[in-house]
Design a protein around this ligand. Structure first.
Ligand code: PLP
Length: 441
């Protein structure tokens, strides 16, 4: 099946009891056992079935199957947010004394998790000097357990060289974990380029309506965990946290995601609510259509901004003179994501005026919504980073990030036009851009 069809049908054949065509919301915490023996068999992993929603829920199972299929993976685990997906994808195989090698261009909370929170648990992250796979390779050593990147960096917009990163990671016996939130499997499927695990914030494009947090971890089933019994002993030896199961033996290709579910999620509980699972399923059904419109609207917005006299610069990977162009061309073909950044002439004060003047664009930190959204990363999503860290992850102080929505393009351009008009009227008063109380220089 093609993605458009997968997004609507995979994982659900209708409800045999009620004949419901829409996926039901199984808003229940637990599931009844037929007998003590049945319960024991479920716990012993001898039969398949539902036990308790913290471990799995039938509504969420449909979503898991659908996203796994869209990404070309063998199995997936849904969790309560994108950040939970990122944390679980790593703590499943990384522990005290080991390290992660990451590209530097990351979403702010991911950067904070890797740079400031994991080190407190004895896990270090080595950020490469650039997104060149050679720079990444230099940092990998015997204690490296994962190479991490975003397929399209938020908000830098860089498209990662997934093939190159997978090659260097695999040469050193390490999996490549890719956050595919911005690209979505409609624009890019990292597993096709060698990624071993794909994570998502479904909160964004997959949901598409700005109503529900959710995350997903997709296992490609391709990483040879058995070849590294010492390094990935947690998948190769009896698991004390789950009935002594040996994941690679019991779950085969889905060993990694099975451990995510039964150790990480079962014991720390960042579970997706079935209600959110249902809402996210509504989003998935129209993902391909929405992405098509997002992409086209963003292209027109980028062209409009580039030609506007009040705009200093536009970072859009669709312009042939943009440094991101060739990598984007290689991995996204003629399409580009709908996230772009720009700077207004007149510095911080002009930027602030433009930002404050939006009517249609909502001033907020989300992205991937049907609605057009504007964000000032330096004062919001990346605010907890120092100015040096901000530059490292691709954030400049004056940068305004747009998540171009699926409204009519004329209305989107009209809003940009009136906001930029107000910015043009900025006098030379030397006021720094202060948004959310942060002064940007
Ligand atoms: N990954 C990326 C690329 C993001 O942009 C975000 C949030 O903006 C996340 C992960 C975190 O997702 P969530 O808000 O669902 O925890």
């Amino acid at each position: 099946m093609k993605p458009e069809t997968i997004a609507i049908h995979v994982g659900y054949d209708g409800d045999p009891t009620t004949k419901a065509v829409a996926v039901p919301i199984y808003q229940t915490i637990a599931f009844e056992f037929d007998s003590a023996e049945h319960g024991a068999a479920l716990f012993n992993l001898e039969v398949q079935g539902n036990i308790y929603t913290r471990i799995g829920n039938p509504t969420n199972t449909v979503l898991e199957k659908r996203i796994a299929s869209l990404e070309g993976g063998v199995e997936a685990l849904s969790v309560s947010s994108g950040m939970a997906a990122i944390e679980y994808s790593l703590i499943n195989i990384v522990e005290t004394g080991s390290n992660i090698v990451s590209l530097p261009q990351l979403y702010g909370a991911t950067y904070t998790l890797l740079a400031h929170i994991f080190p407190k648990r004895g896990i270090t992250t080595r950020f490469s000097a650039s997104d060149d796979p050679q720079d990444v390779e230099e940092l990998i050593d015997d204690n490296t357990r994962a190479v991490y990147c975003e397929s399209i960096g938020n908000p830098a917009g860089n498209v990662a060289d997934l093939e190159g990163l997978a090659r260097v990671a695999h040469q050193h016996g390490v999996p490549l974990i890719v956050d595919n939130t911005i690209a979505t499997p409609i624009l890019l499927r990292p597993i096709e380029y060698g990624a071993d695990v794909v994570v998502h914030s479904m909160t964004k494009f997959i949901g598409g309506h700005g109503t529900s947090l959710g995350g997903m971890i997709v296992d490609s089933g391709n990483f040879p965990w058995r070849s590294y019994p010492e390094k990935y002993y947690m998948l190769n030896r009896p698991e004390i946290a789950y009935h002594g199961v040996v994941y690679v033996e019991h779950y085969g290709k889905a060993a990694y995601v099975a451990r995510c579910r039964t150790v990480c999620q079962r014991n720390t509980g960042a579970t997706l609510s079935p209600f959110n699972g249902f809402l996210l399923l509504q989003g998935v059904e129209t993902l391909a259509l929405r992405v098509e419109r997002h992409v086209e609207n963003a292209r027109q917005v980028a062209e409009y901004l580039r030609d506007h006299p009040a705009v200093e610069w536009v970072n859009y990977a669709g312009f042939p003179d943009n440094p991101l162009y060739s990598m984007a061309q290689r991995y996204l073909g003629s399409q580009r994501c709908s996230l772009l950044t720009f700077g207004v002439k007149g510095g911080f004060e002009a930027g602030k005026k433009c930002f404050n003047a939006f009517h249609l664009f909502k001033r907020m930190v989300n992205m991937g919504d049907a609605k057009s959204l504007a964000c000032h990363p330096a004062s919001t999503t990346h605010r907890q980073l120092t100015p040096e860290e901000q530059l490292k992850v691709g954030v400049t102080p004056e940068m305004i990030r747009l998540s171009v929505g699926i409204e009519h393009i004329d209305d989107i351009v009209e809003d940009l036009s009136q906001a930029l008009e107000q910015a043009k009227e900025t006098t030379a008063e030397a006021v720094a851009l202060t948004i959310g109380g942060v002064e940007c220089r």
